[in-house]
Design a binder for this molecule. Structure first.
Ligand code: SF4
Length: 428
């Protein structure tokens, strides 16, 4: 029988939580990556969590215990009250979150809902490798309206190279079984949503991968992540970077061939690129939105708080942080040196990107891909060459399909910091 989760009263929190020294900044959304476990049943070779050089997971508890979860809930409720948060997004992460016993996971979700839903909107998300997904898990995920992302890297051949057990065995068959159960529940209206998250494989075909997800797996939503490389990574060769861009171009081409935005099969990176190229307000939002570090925290199983789950692996100074749930408040954390460094990095374009035509839709790329030991975050994305190739291809494709070249160029070259939100609206 699974142990019930017992939450401790908030009186156990320290005085530092009650009296943040920093001025309060207002956010609408609080996003928490909650490590319910730091163990995994797989050993995918590109996993940032286990193979980036950050071995702190070995020192952390395998599973978050009741006291840590209680402190985390208090941390979240404090942030909601102090920052006027309207929506809390909690990503139940690992390791592999479905390693929790189902009854304990169920109880955790119910406790979070009981405490947070009366004060603001709550969105629960899970990212899973899908191996353990069965009917019982699907029922729990459905009942709590949890949005589920399943990691699948392509067809059986592609997936079984990278999504492997510790003994090296591929897991496509198990993941596919779990995906089908979950996707069926979504199609029947029982589950909230299911999407596929794939890591770009530069030696594979992006178009074939997209078609596999759409046609064989009947996926309605998906995204493709570039591997977590920094400028210091030996794999970041020009050929590798270009091949990653080509993979994404292949995905885009197949998306267009299968109907583009007029059909199911949405791809997040495509929506985030095509929308801003075709619409002033979306372009404005993309250009300005990238300049704000999300109100996001990653919480380890021992209660340690980091600003970002991926970035912590790059350098000890980005992970050896003395911040803990139950001691530090969300507002105060955003005034600490590491957060200020990341806020500064996110709010400013890398110097080398200042004259780039694509800066409004790219913003210098993902913060994680900008990092080098020499310059910190003041670099263009390590994927810059591949991204430029993708942007050129997509913009040209839209123009070929009838979009105005002048309007696209104007959106790309406008300084959106100088415009009001409704100053111009054009969908041409
Ligand atoms: S395409 Fe390259 S140079 Fe241009 S904004 Fe992106 S990372 Fe910077």
């Amino acid at each position: 029988m699974d142990a019930p989760i017992t939450f401790f009263p908030s009186s156990r929190r320290s005085a530092r939580t009650e009296a943040p020294a920093a001025p309060v900044q207002r956010f609408h959304t609080l996003s928490v990556i909650l490590k319910v476990t730091e163990r995994c049943n797989l050993a995918c070779p590109y996993c940032y969590f286990y193979f980036s050089g950050d071995d702190t997971h070995r020192e952390h508890p395998a599973f978050a215990d009741d006291e840590m979860l209680s402190r985390t809930l208090a941390f979240i409720l404090d942030a909601v009250r102090e920052q006027g948060i309207r929506q809390v997004q909690i990503g139940l992460h690992g390791g592999e979150p479905l390693l929790l016993k189902p009854a304990r996971f169920d109880a955790l979700c119910q406790t979070l809902r009981d405490a947070i839903e009366p004060v603001c909107e709550l969105m629960l998300l899970v990212q899973t490798n899908g191996v353990l997904l069965d009917a019982r898990w699907v029922e729990i995920l459905s009942r709590h309206r949890i949005r589920v992302g399943v990691s699948i890297d392509g067809d059986a051949q592609a997936h079984d190279r990278t999504r492997i057990t510790k003994k090296g065995r591929g897991t496509y068959a198990e993941t596919l079984r779990g995906w089908r159960l979950l996707n069926e529940a979504v199609k029947e209206g029982r589950a909230a949503s299911a999407s596929i998250l794939a890591v770009v494989a530069p030696d594979r075909c992006g178009a074939a991968t997209y078609r596999h997800f759409r046609e064989a797996l009947d996926a309605d939503g998906m995204n493709f992540l570039l591997p977590d490389l920094t400028h210091d990574a030996p794999e970041a060769s020009p050929a590798h970077i270009e091949a990653c861009g080509d993979f994404l171009i292949g995905v885009y081409n197949a998306w267009v061939e299968l109907g583009g935005s007029s059909t199911r099969g949405s791809v997040r990176f495509i929506e985030e690129l095509v929308g801003p190229l075709l619409d002033d307000q979306l372009c404005r939002r993309a250009a300005l939105g990238r300049r704000v570090l999300p109100n996001q925290f990653a919480i380890s199983t021992d209660g340690e708080i980091c600003p970002d789950d991926v970035i912590r692996g790059f350098a000890p100074r980005l992970r050896q942080l003395p911040y803990r749930v139950g001691i530090d408040s969300a507002a105060a954390l955003r005034e600490t040196p590491v957060w200020l460094e990341l806020i500064e990095a996110q709010s400013s374009l890398p110097a080398a990107c200042s004259g780039c035509l694509w800066r409004n839709v790219c913003g210098g790329g993902a913060l994680a891909h900008r990092y080098s030991h020499a310059n910190g975050f003041d670099n263009p994305s390590v994927y810059c060459a591949g991204l430029k190739k993708l942007y050129r291809h997509v913009a040209w494709s839209l123009i070929q399909a009838g979009a105005s070249e002048d309007a696209i160029e104007r959106r790309l070259t406008t300084d959106w910091t100088q415009t009001a939100p409704t100053q111009e609206v054009s969908h041409v």
